[in-house]
Design a protein around this ligand. Structure first.
Ligand SMILES: Cc1cc2nc3c(=O)[nH]c(=O)nc-3n(C[C@H](O)[C@H](O)[C@H](O)COP(=O)(O)O)c2cc1C
Ligand SMILES: O=C(O)C(=O)c1ccccc1
Length: 356
């Protein structure tokens, strides 16, 4: 199935309220729409007569060796979408060599997620996402849970001092998770028991000091997610980030935020090679992966397409999504005369009006 067909199958399979939770964004869904439109405005200038019969598209990142250039972005509540939940996503990602970012909003505890990934590959990369928490001891407990489970990196989401205003969820009155579906990694920690959308506490006063404190708690690499401004990318490097994820959270936080791919070149310039940069938001085809890598991303993350694959067909659907994007990307790289990702460069990308 194409990604579009998997999306249709997921829509048909899901409770419309849960479909809206995944599909929707904040406010008028401007930032969500901007992500897709932005990719529609970029086009490639392929280089000719310089290709190779075989291409190597693997990437080395802090927390992942020889990974696929497409990773599974952190998304909440996989058991809302399929009974196999995060175990299915983990098996599929590991089988495709893709990093899986699990975390505080997972409906499967992190040891079981890592175990599922290890069923599919000997040395899978599972990263753990957390939000800055108002209580240091909760952050510390989450960091230990991730370390003990065998995660190879942490990701701190920095774009959510408050939960976004999700218009569809407010209209649908979607707040409580169904029975059997809870934020398992938050169990037995101080605060509300897990079970509702908003049970993952956000920290409106979180600062760079808090970020640096988390970096100091662990020897794992710590990525920062949700950076759009180049000045913040520089601050992230100064405060010990191992990598920067350029993201507007799939249009689910600040609805007037710019499209993430439009922010990528300035962030790449700002970090000046000090740490790798990953892009997420609106990646829907192999050509989008190629544009992001040409503009300086080391890899991309995908959110919703993975969830559509999961809802439609469980682990097999997630594999199909990742395989499709990776095959399309490899094909595009071949057509651009590339043998490795670094053969794509910013001079091979043009941006115009939506005329392509
Ligand atoms: C249903 C859903 C849940 C998400 N949950 C989280 C989360 O808990 N933490 C986080 O940092 N990002 C979360 N995201 C954002 C994704 O990590 C990613 O930034 C975004 O989905 C990328 O855009 P895309 O869906 O267009 O690929 C979520 C996205 C979706 C669609
Ligand atoms: O839905 C989201 O985008 C999200 O980031 C989130 C955060 C915490 C709990 C659930 C979802």
């Amino acid at each position: 199935m194409t990604l579009g067909e998997l999306h249709d199958a997921a829509r048909a399979a899901l409770d419309p309220v849960h479909y809206d939770y995944v599909a929707g964004g904040a406010g008028e869904e401007r930032a969500l729409a901007a992500n897709g439109r932005a990719f529609d405005r970029y086009a490639l200038l392929p280089r000719v007569l310089r290709g190779a019969a075989r291409r190597d598209t693997a990437v080395d990142l802090p927390g992942a060796r020889r990974a696929a250039p497409v990773m599974v972005a952190p998304t909440a509540f996989h058991r809302l979408l399929h009974p196999d939940g995060e175990r299915a996503t983990a098996r599929a990602a590991a089988a495709e060599g893709a990093v899986l970012v699990t975390g505080v909003a997972a409906t499967t505890a992190v040891p079981a997620v890592v175990a599922a990934a290890r069923e599919a590959a000997p040395d899978p990369a599972v990263w753990f996402l957390l939000y800055p928490h108002p209580r240091r001891e909760v952050t510390e407990a989450l960091v230990r849970r991730a370390e003990e489970a065998g995660c190879s990196a942490l990701v701190v989401t920095a774009d959510s001092p408050r939960f976004g205003r999700r218009t569809r969820d407010l209209r649908n009155g979607f707040d409580d998770l169904p029975p059997g579906c809870a934020a398992e990694n938050m169990r037995d920690l101080p605060g509300a028991p897990p079970g509702a959308l908003t049970d993952i506490p956000m920290h409106p006063a979180a600062s760079w000091r808090d970020f640096a404190e988390t970096v100091g708690m662990t020897s794992l690499p710590v990525w920062i997610k949700g950076v759009l401004h180049p000045a913040d990318a520089r601050l992230a490097v100064e405060h010990g980030a191992a990598g920067v994820i350029v993201s507007n959270h799939g249009g689910r936080q600040c609805d007037t935020a710019a499209a993430s791919v439009d922010c990528l070149p300035a962030v790449v310039d700002a970090v000046a090679g000090a740490v790798p940069v990953v892009l997420d938001g609106g990646v829907r085809r192999g050509g989008d992966v190629a544009v992001a890598l040409a503009l300086g991303a080391a890899a991309v993350g995908v959110g919703r397409p993975v969830l559509w694959g999961l809802a439609a067909k469980g682990a097999a659907g997630v594999r199909e999504v990742l395989r499709t994007l990776l095959d399309e990307y490899d094909h595009t790289l071949a057509l651009c005369g590339g043998r490795r990702n670094a053969d794509l460069s910013a001079d091979m990308v043009v941006r115009g009006d939506a005329a392509w």
